[in-house]
Design a protein around this ligand. Sequence first.
Ligand SMILES: *Cc1c(COP(=O)(O)O)cnc(C)c1O
Length: 805
Amino acid sequence: MTEKEVRTLIQGKLSRYFGVLPQEASREQIYKAVVMSVRDILLEKRQQFHKVMKNKKGKRVYYLCMEFLLGRSLKNNVYNLGLQDAYEKALKSYELTLEDLYEEEPDAGLGNGGLGRLAACFMDALATGDYPAMGYSIRYDYGLFKQKIVDGWQTELPDVWLPGGEVWLTQRTDKSCIVKFDGWVHEEWSDQGLKVTHGGYKEVEAVAYDMMISGKNSEAVSVLRLWRARNVSRFDMKLFSQGDYLRCMQDENEAEVISKVLYPADNHYEGKSLRLKQQYFLVSASLQNIINDHKHRYGPLNLLPEMAAIHINDTHPALAIPELMRILMDENGFTWDDAWAITTATFAYTNHTVMAEALETWQEDLIARRLPRIHMIIKEINRRFVSELWNIYPGQHALIDNMSIMSNGMIRMANLCVVASHKVNGVSALHSEIIKDSIFNGFYRLWPDKFTNVTNGIAHRRWLCQSNPELCALLNDCIGEGYVQDASQLSKFRKYENDSSVLNRLTEIKLLKKKQFADYAYKKEGVLIDPNTVFDVQAKRMHEYKRQLLNVMNIISLYNELKDDPNKKMQPQTFIFGAKAAPSYLMAKKIIKLICYLAEDIRKQPKIREKLNVVYMEDYNVSMAERLMPASEVSEQISLAGKEASGTGNMKFMINGALTVGTLDGANVEMSEAVGSDNIFIFGLRAEEVDELWTKGYNSSRYYNTDEGLRRIIETLIRGFNGESFSDMANYLLTGSPVADPYMCMADYESYRQTQQKIKSLYAEDPARWAKMSLNNIAAAGIFSADRSIKEYADNIWHLKSLKS
Ligand SMILES: *Cc1c(COP(=O)(O)O)cnc(C)c1O
């Protein structure tokens, strides 16, 4: 596509949709016209791809996920389509740059954190790998809340993304369907078997909105289909004419509230009725859509497992399992056994956590009321499964109860997923071992071959190529551009580990990205950051298990050192935090407050401020992460070992040359293996040591009693910062109930402090060695590309062929 064609396309959009001439158009109108032009190109490409697919009769993957944390799309699509030059030139006549327009786009924040971002990275990798793929989620009117910090306290504002984000969506009225809630179920035996009738239900219309996601130098375009809930009977004319106007409006809202807002809890389940409705709404609409398309394309449904792989990302879409059973039996006349064979051959499931508070369990009576037919099917799945278990393990009550899908009036969604999927995977090597040893041990012993691992990955084109073009220019000079399509080629960069001119350029680029970030932080939040200090960054959701508090404890010890001796020789450092807390997560909000008050306290002491700066960046999201990763020098990945399933933030930092300080948790383990233990800073207890300590009875006071430094930190917390005591934090660490210091900050503190000291001395004393380590991290980051993850899913789980192959 040429500059001229692009210009004509944009002009056409401006005149058709906004009725303006190019010279009259506002920046917002130009942004929208440009998006529409890109959308046209993508739709055309998708149609081409469809034709090819139709002839090939290839298998497709359908990725079900309640969250897709997409961020912005314009830059990604223009980059992937290779249209930067054409657009840049075409925009000259408007006296605008592409960069100006990128800033017009709101983030599509339809996810909480790592899980939703993973789904978004996978759509990119699927398209680039030329795999036929479709993602399904909900078109939330409001994405993840916007975070506003008021006097240290997080407050939440609605995320109004549609005004600028909707131009990416193409409404597909032809794909609408009905989802049914509530009502009664009637069973009747006849010669044809059991006939089930569902009546008295409430209907909700699911309306499809498609978003296209391009690949890089590929033919495929991934489609993300987002469902919006709409009331079926628009207006109840009777109520309306009776003058009950408000009642009439209320009924309408009842359905539409389903797609109103994303639940803001990360790694935590909410047993709320509305959340259940959201989950069933997603899976019912998606399964109906998959089945209709399959019938239309291929005909008989016994071919489904051959032509479709359906993936359940975490247990949130687990109701897809009984929903497919329902559609096969009640609507297509399959017997239980045939339906079950199709279902189990079609689904695969990814587990994302072993933490009890995140494992979904639904009250049986809630499901019975809202989804009576689905409840019956789950009961029958469980009845058959448990009776099988009684045959295999006679008399083993405890084991069978542990593996059962239903127990004590609760339905365990993870167990349902394992029973009904042909593959179950964890998201890092360590995590995949842990699930076999712990929550799924019974299942693992029964079906060892069902369990596998696919280590997470990131869209390296977004997180490296688009976010850090300066670093890519250096990479291009050294190793060519092959790594863009094939991240494993980053390893060629290792050859330059002793090349001082390359190392110098690397250091200069990092300084430039730090300056750019400091400018951005000043403009956005008015905070001052000195780019000549080391940037030590922890950016991720705020969670006790991620241990932002451990980071703070080390900062307090530095603060105390400088209080004692303001002239102490110390590498000047800036600690940057970015994190949202779930609105109802009180402890997480208190930690945010602690960080903000500590930052403010330091700001008021000019002498300390010279060497120690703490910055809390408000409203951490994908677009902020894209600026922050390239500017980071130390990456904090300090979760309690065994708790972080994989992490993907760790990979984004690594590929941009930050050095990791981390526990042997999640993908940190594999990062350490890839880069070598000399190029990463590992500290703290290992997962098995954590378990052992826990089993013996963890007592945090032990560390308090024997460690002078820890005692001082606790005292400082009680004395407080900026005029506010944080004795509640001291209590949390020492006397909290039911357990003090549940994530073992006290146990890992000394190891962490020493490692931090080592890192900062190295930074101060041996910049050449630092640069070399940084280079080695970039060179070793290739295996953490989502392209690699997707190839593993396609080969080992979905049995999906690339169009390329
Ligand atoms: C990558 C990413 C995450 C995940 O970070 P982890 O450190 O893996 O928890 C969360 N939020 C945003 C905005 C991200 O881009």
